[in-house]
Write a protein that binds this ligand. Structure first.
Ligand code: F6R
Length: 615
């Protein structure tokens, strides 16, 4: 949450930082700001709203030629989104500016102490406390900027990614992280610091992902020095080659990133399977499993921790892994798991699922499971993310950057990875017969084409959306493997269209929610041929007799549900464990079109951020 971009080098810094902030708006977009150093003066402009509002503000001021700038796009934690609380935050002397992503938990006590020493505060932010704490260290101890930041940070409890600039040190930026990501792009005599690599992808392919509790002193004309915040010792920078391209992070002719990402799913699933599924040879090559299969095969239990959409993928995993391996699986909200003193055995395998690899609650859950000796397997999309680095091993989804705040291709590729894991283990422990294993393998390779087929019904789904765009509530129902899909469908609708939506196991209707059904209530039922079809048909009858409006997701060629439902969205047939990858696609499109028709900002829904790095 919150996006940071800083530039120091030989180019005009302001346009680079503004363009970078636009790419990071998925991380937060309630207020924004920039500080520019033009060689003699430090100018800071801040505003409530989006980066486009900041651009408008910049246009009202004299043009600044500067080769150093720091920018921020915010998702408010401390203090309402307004101009004053926006970052950068400036120290009392005006010498220091800081941009910050994270939360300083002990800011209140630090602030009290600083007030006692004569500091004054104009914002409600924890960041203004941090910048003044650094200044206080400088004033008290007369140390260099890097060391002042290091000393200040060792007094801080919480999470942060920060970039600090001192106008008395015009060739230097100091960056540090604990719990929130920071990437440093290394160009020709220029450096970029950002919350991810997207702001600098067209300038350099070389980057350092700053490690936990590391601090970087970045000087133009010199190399980067990295120190450990805990003991000030030097650390060796590890420079990575970025795989990402500019094309990956642009809309590519689509109206929204979300639509682009929905349509990328055939390729994303193909990329997830590439080199891992050799269906003709009957082989799954997942080195992370092969090297540790004794941990999985001897596990008495698999625990899955995740949040939001990734948690829904975890629920699908519960059905699939238990079916394929007969190893018991439990799925936990990471946010609950971390605070309830969970029972974890050293022979448990914990699978953490996260698109961003930066979700604070999931990271905390991993750390707890690690302390108790469990083996941790990560399923992440973002390469080099925190979760991918703190887990014992894992597997990337390779879905490519997901920029729309609503998760789409991350979900289907997470289930694809889980299918590979289930098949590998099911074969290894003998739960799946040879023929069953081979059938599933062959079928898995056909999924990208089936997803393409569903996407071709885009226009019809758009028409269906028109009939439901004014709804105020909506219920989603599914059974078995389709129950998590119902939850996911409801989450997609509520987060981007602001229509209240709930997902239920279809059979739970009678235990309460059926009281809500009347002719105003749209009910989305996932009624595919495989998976308790007859029982779901009975549930549809019950809704029909109470005049509910039904949109059904059905298998190709269905006639029975078609006779009952108001609208049917068809998907190709598949084995039950693979249905969620298909049945979720029409629900993504339905939510997308309803939100667009309601005039909502689908890529940046209100109050949300893509990467939830605070709890
Ligand atoms: C919903 C959505 C969120 C995320 C959740 C976890 O569309 O995107 O619910 O799934 O915040 O994020 P990751 O997967 O990055 O851990």
């Amino acid at each position: 949450m919150c996006g940071i971009v800083a530039y120091i080098g030989n180019k005009q810094a302001q346009p680079i930082v503004i363009k970078g902030l636009k790419r990071l708006e998925y991380r937060g977009y309630d207020s924004t700001g920039i500080s520019i150093y033009n060689g003699s003066a430090l100018h800071t402009l801040k505003t409530k709203g989006k980066v486009s509002d900041l651009e408008a503000l910049i246009a009202q001021h004299p043009e600044q030629k500067a080769t150093l700038a720091l920018g921020h796009t915010r998702w408010a934690t401390h203090g309402v989104p307004n101009d004053t609380n926006a970052h950068p935050q400036t120290s009392n002397s005006g010498n220091l500016v800081v941009v910050h992503n994270g939360i300083i938990e002990n800011y209140a006590s630090l602030k009290k102490e600083l007030i006692h020493r004569g500091f004054t505060f104009s914002s409600d932010t924890d960041t203004e406390v941090l910048v003044n704490l650094i200044e206080d260290v400088q004033q008290q101890q007369g140390v260099k900027l890097g060391q002042a930041v290091q000393i200040a940070l060792s007094q801080v409890i919480g999470a942060y990614a920060i970039v600090v600039f001192d106008r008395r040190k015009p060739n230097e930026l100091v960056a540090a992280r604990l719990g929130s990501p920071l990437a440093i792009g290394i160009g020709e005599n220029e450096f970029f610091v950002a919350s991810d690599a997207t702001p600098f992808i067209e300038y350099t392919k070389e980057a350092i992902y700053l490690e936990e509790e590391h601090l970087a002193i970045i000087r133009v004309g010199k190399s980067i020095k990295i120190r450990k915040i805990k003991d000030d010792s030097l650390a060796e920078p590890y420079v990575e080659k970025l795989q990402m391209s500019l094309e990956n992070i642009q809309k590519g002719g689509y109206d929204h990133f979300m639509l682009k990402e929905i349509f990328e799913q055939p390729k994303a699933i193909q990329d997830t399977l590439r080199g891992r599924l050799l269906s003709d040879e009957g082989v799954i090559t997942l080195s992370s499993l092969r090297e540790h299969d004794n941990r999985f095969l001897n596990a008495k239990r698999i625990l899955i921790v995740a949040c939001g959409t990734s948690w829904h993928a975890g629920l699908v995993a519960e059905y699939l892994l238990e079916d394929f391996t007969r190893i018991p699986v439990e799925v936990e909200y990471a946010s609950e798991f971390r605070y309830r003193n969970p029972i974890i055995y050293p022979d448990d395998v914990v699978i953490a699922i996260s698109q961003s690899g930066e979700t604070a609650d999931t990271i905390a859950a991993i750390n707890i499971a690690k302390e108790k000796g469990a083996f941790i397997y990560g399923i992440c999309n973002v390469v080099g993310s925190t979760i991918s680095r703190i887990t014992d091993t894992g597997c990337y989804t390779h879905a490519g950057p997901e920029i729309g705040v609503a998760s789409t291709k991350a979900f289907t590729t997470q289930i694809t990875v889980i299918s590979l894991i289930g098949l590998y283990l099911g074969k290894a422990n003998g739960t799946l017969s040879r023929s069953q294993y081979q059938e599933y393998l062959t079928e898995l390779s056909t999924l990208p084409t089936k997803v393409e087929q569903i996407l071709a019904s885009q226009t019809f789904i758009e028409e269906v959306a028109t009939s439901f765009k004014t709804a105020q509530n909506c219920i989603y129902l599914g059974r078995g493997y389709n129950f998590p899909v119902a939850l996911e469908g409801a989450l997609k609708l509520k987060e981007i269209s602001y229509i209240h939506a709930e997902g239920y196991p279809a059979a739970e209707m009678k235990h309460g929610p059926i009281a809500l059904i009347d002719k105003e209530m749209p009910v989305v039922v996932i009624a595919t041929k495989k998976g308790y079809y007859d029982k779901v048909v009975s549930n549809i009858q019950e809704i029909k007799s109470r005049e509910g409006r039904i949109i059904a997701i059905v298998s190709e060629g269905d006639t029975q549900v078609k006779a009952l439902a108001d609208y049917c969205l068809e998907i190709p047939d598949a084995s039950e464990p693979f249905i969620p990858i298909l049945s979720t696609i029409p629900l993504q499109l339905l939510s997308y079109y309803i939100a667009v028709q309601r005039g909502c900002n689908v890529d940046q829904p209100r109050n949300l951020a893509k990467s939830v790095t605070v709890e």
